[in-house]
Design a protein around this ligand. Sequence first.
Ligand code: IPM
Ligand code: MN
Length: 354
Amino acid sequence: MANPYDIAVIPGDGTGPEVMNEGLKVLDAIAKTSGISFNFVHYDLGGDRYLKTGETLPGTVLEELKRVDAILLGAIGHPDVKPGILEQGILLTLRFTLDQYINLRPVILYPGVETPLKDKGPDEINFVVVRENTEGLYAGTGGFLRKGTPNETAVQTSVNTRMGVERCVRFAFDYARRPDRRKNVTLCGKTNVLTYAFDLWERAFNEVAEDYPDVSTGYAHVDAVCMWMVKNPEWFDVIVTDNMFGDIITDLGAMIQGGMGIAAGGNLNPEGVSMFEPIGGSAPKYTGKGVINPLAMISAAAMMLDHLGEREAATRVEDAVKRVVVKDIKSLDAGKMGLSTSQVGDRVASLATG
Ligand code: IPM
Ligand code: MN
C-alpha cells in the first residue's frame, strides 16, 4: 500500500451509487489539498449487472480486486433479485476470498446526534465491535436431508478454527491499545449453550490476554451484551465476537449511535486487501431522490484513509463529519436531513479541506 493508492470502487445497488459519489467527492477534495492521490477504478457489480448478464462476481474482476490497495463498497441488494444471491455472490465472496477476517464496526455517538437511549450521550456510547468475518455460521457448512419431504432436515454448522478465532481475538487486543481506545476487551459469546464453539473462543481469548497484561478483559453472553448495550453501553470499549453475533449486535449498535445514516464498517485483512462500506443496505425506495444520508459512506472512506496509514487525512474527514452533524444536518435519517445527499457531501468536502 503506497501513495498513489489504487482504489476499487463498487457503487452497487439502490442508493449505493449516490452515497458513493459523496464519498469520492470527499476523497477527491482530500487529494487536492494533500500529498495523497487515488486511482479509482469503478466496477459495476450488483443487481443490474446480474439481471443483465447472470454474473455476480466474475473471476477476472476478483483477480483485479486482489491487487488493489483497498475497496470501497456502496451497497449490495436489489428488489428484483432473490435475497441471498447478491449477498453471497458478491459481498460474502469478497469477504471470504480476500480473507477479510475482521469486520470492524465502531459504535460511536457523535455530539449533537440523537440516540434512542435515555440519559446516554457521547461519553457513554463509544466502543467498537470486532466481528469475526470469515467463519462461524457464515461458513456455509451444512445441507439438507430429505429436502421437500415431510421429514426434511436442515443443518447449518458454525465453523470456528483456532487460527481464525485467535487472529480475530489478537486483532481486538491490539486495537484496544490504540490511543483512542481504553484498553479493555470484552468477549461476547454464549459459553453456557454453545459449549464447543465458545469453549474454543474462551480458551483462545484467555491465552491471548496473557500477552496483553496492560489490557483488562471481560466476558458477557450475547443476550446480556444486547441488554448492556442499551442499559450501560459505557461498559464497553472493544467487543470481540463471532460472525453471527457480531452481525446482530452491530445493527443494535448502529441504532444507538444514531442510525444507519452514520454507521460504517471495515472488512479488514490486515495483511491483504480490505473493503470499507456503510453498514446499512441499498435502501431502494430512496433511490434517485437525493435524500439518502451519505455520512456513513463518507465515514467508511475515513476508515479507509486510516487503514491506508493516512491518519491525518482520516481525522480531517472524521472531524468534518462531526461538524456537519452538529451544525448543518437536521436529522441523520433519509429524507429528514434538511439538505440533499450532495449538499451533505459538499459540506463535508469543504470542511475537511478548509
Ligand atoms: C452485514 C450484512 C450482511 C451480513 C448481509 C447483507 C449478508 O447484514 O454486513 O452486516 O450478514 O454480514
Ligand atoms: Mn448485518
